[in-house]
Design a protein around this ligand. Structure first.
Ligand SMILES: *[C@@H]1O[C@H](CO)[C@@H](O)[C@H](O)[C@H]1NC(C)=O
Ligand SMILES: *[C@@H]1O[C@H](CO)[C@@H](O)[C@H](O)[C@H]1NC(C)=O
Ligand SMILES: *[C@@H]1O[C@H](CO)[C@@H](O)[C@H](O)[C@H]1NC(C)=O
Ligand SMILES: *[C@@H]1O[C@H](CO)[C@@H](O)[C@H](O)[C@H]1NC(C)=O
Ligand SMILES: *[C@@H]1O[C@H](CO)[C@@H](O)[C@H](O)[C@H]1NC(C)=O
Ligand SMILES: *[C@@H]1O[C@H](CO)[C@@H](O)[C@H](O)[C@H]1NC(C)=O
Ligand SMILES: *[C@@H]1O[C@H](CO)[C@@H](O)[C@H](O)[C@H]1NC(C)=O
Ligand SMILES: *[C@@H]1O[C@H](CO)[C@@H](O)[C@H](O)[C@H]1NC(C)=O
Length: 466
């Protein structure tokens, strides 16, 4: 046996060594399996087809990136095989929250609107994490690093909208700060770092799609995890990064006080409701029209239909109108998402989503198809018929699904993380990323002997060149 073993070990030829690793959140652990194969035709063929098979696998269920490095007689292939796992344990999750100078975050709170407006999830998630049991003060045991930068609170003195022109420089200066102070950014090149980008086009930081696409995601955020309100089901440069879709911020206190006055199950006297910007003649802004003219079309078609309660002006008490409505229209604005999605669900009004291809927040918890209607942007003319049909057939089934208190909880952020609330859902999504495990295997092909291969990292490839 020993004789045979030695002769195999010393037999010259082409051999393949495969090393399998598991990685956790980008951090590679020691190999858990090493195998040697003699490089023969059937092996190369089957390996070729194996790689092809994995590469063609459904995206999302598994993915494989293969790079072949041809260093004369050594071929090295590194592949990543990704196997999502369903059971994830929140209890083990640890998030380190960076303590940044006040100019990056709390200084902005001098304007009370900062923690209350549509984009305020950047503040809400930070606050909730600071006080949560998932926070760790020891960065060496952290699974994720939260970078709390408030970029949405520089409200324009002209129109009151958040000016986000400074977002990129504020964020990049924050990253410079953390990467010079602590080793953790450099360790993973930011891939275990989490940012909030709660704007129209998320981490592209612009309200107009063409400008957002042209600007792209800042390069330094490319490897990180972005919590963003923007998401679509097709390829888009503004979501071409590891991301989690979060709901826009709606104050849970406001929802609470609206529901105290009018409970969710109270009779609803408005059939279809919309209040918001609805231009009769939308301006052509660099070739694009607000809401792709969908809102204009809604107004044109249903402005005189008494069952449609359509209002174009701001009204602070509009939540009392939502809670009186059966259907709430949620057409796109500049971006596909809108705060109406959250307000409708929170106040029990069936959201009628008109935003082709939109990706909705927390789809694994919130059963959107069972609690909302979707109407294509081009089908606005059929809206009335769709609503009538649903009202006559399965209205009470949808309302029963929608009025589940679990859904209101999932879409609202609270100052303290509550089981099942929006920050909780973010943590669940993060922990899924963590527990989806990766198998990386390295394959080396050498001309030599198994013994040469077994010498591991001391392998000197060039010494076989003769
Ligand atoms: C690998 O490199 C060697 C030498 O540089 C070359 O002769 C050979 O054709 C290459 N093989 C492949 C598959 O590219
Ligand atoms: C706030 O926005 C204005 C207008 O875009 C800009 O000039 C100013 O520098 C910003 N302020 C900060 C502190 O970034
Ligand atoms: C991280 O990398 C940057 C750029 O390479 C460097 O300037 C910085 O000193 C590094 N940080 C640490 C903590 O080593
Ligand atoms: C950022 O990531 C995307 C997708 O992974 C990639 O296509 C792009 O080239 C990257 N950009 C930079 C500057 O690294
Ligand atoms: C870190 O990520 C950035 C952005 O994707 C990339 O340009 C850079 O080369 C990466 N650096 C290292 C050391 O991997
Ligand atoms: C909108 O404006 C662009 C130029 O900014 C022009 O090319 C386009 O034809 C206009 N579209 C319509 C429908 O008027
Ligand atoms: C309600 O009916 C519509 C139209 O038939 C259907 O698409 C939808 O799935 C139904 N929803 C529920 C919750 O039953
Ligand atoms: C590898 O081989 C080259 C060329 O034969 C030699 O110069 C070098 O010292 C060797 N390296 C090691 C680590 O053995």
């Amino acid at each position: 046996m020993a004789e045979l073993h030695r002769s195999i070990k010393n037999r010259k030829g082409f051999y393949v060594k495969m090393k399998f690793f598991r990685t956790k959140n980008g951090k590679q652990e020691n190999p858990f399996l090493i195998r040697y194969f003699k490089w023969i035709l059937w092996f190369s063929l089957s390996f070729y087809f194996f790689v092809k098979f994995l590469n063609n696998h459904e995206p999302g269920t598994s993915s494989l990136k293969t790079t072949m490095i041809n260093q004369s007689h050594r071929a090295l292939s590194e592949s990543i095989f990704h196997e999502p796992k369903d059971n994830h344990d929140l209890n083990d999750l640890k998030v380190y929250v960076y303590e940044l100078p006040a100019k990056y975050n709390v200084d902005w709170l001098s304007n009370p609107r900062c923690s209350n407006h549509l984009f305020a999830s950047e503040v809400a998630i930070h606050r909730a994490l600071m006080r949560s049991e998932f926070r760790t003060f020891d960065p060496t045991e952290a699974d994720f690093f939260f970078v709390p930068v408030y970029v949405s609170c520089n409200f324009s003195t002209v129109n009151g909208f958040p000016a986000i022109g400074h977002a990129r420089s504020l964020l990049s200066s924050a990253v410079e700060f953390i990467s010079s102070e602590l080793p953790f950014w450099n360790r993973s090149n930011g891939s275990d770092h989490v940012f909030v980008a709660s704007h129209d086009y998320g981490a592209c930081f612009h309200a107009m799609e063409d400008r957002a696409i042209a600007a792209g995601i800042p390069e330094f955020m490319n490897n990180s995890i972005i919590l963003q309100t923007f998401g679509v089901k097709y390829q888009h440069p503004c979501q071409n990064v590891e991301n989690i879709i979060i709901p826009p911020y709606i104050s849970p206190e406001n929802v609470q006080s609206t529901l105290l006055k009018s409970p969710i199950t109270a009779p609803r006297d408005i059939f279809a409701f919309f209040r918001g910007k609805m231009e009769v003649h939308p301006k052509n802004v660099s070739g694009r029209f607000y809401s792709k003219r969908v809102r204009t079309e809604i107004l044109r078609k249903y402005g005189n239909d008494r069952r449609f309660y359509l209002k174009r002006h701001r009204f602070a008490g509009y939540q009392s109108e939502i809670v009186r409505s059966v259907f709430c229209l949620c057409p796109l604005g500049w971006a596909p998402w809108s705060p109406r999605l959250v307000e409708s669900v929170a106040l029990g009004c069936i959201p009628v989503i008109i935003a082709d291809g939109i990706r909705l927040p927390f789809e694994s918890t919130v059963p959107w198809p069972e609690i909302s209607l979707t109407v294509r942007e081009n089908d606005v003319a059929k809206l009335s018929g769709v609503l009538d049909y649903v009202a006559a057939t399965n209205l009470s089934a949808i309302q029963r699904n929608l009025w589940d208190p679990k859904l209101r909880r999932a879409l609202l952020f609270h100052d303290d993380v509550e089981t099942g609330d929006a920050t909780w859902e973010v943590l669940v999504e993060l922990s899924k990323k963590l527990s989806s495990w990766f198998v990386v295997f390295h394959m080396e092909l050498v001309r030599g002997t198994v013994a040469d291969l077994a010498s591991g990292d001391r392998l000197n490839v060039s010494s076989w060149d003769t």
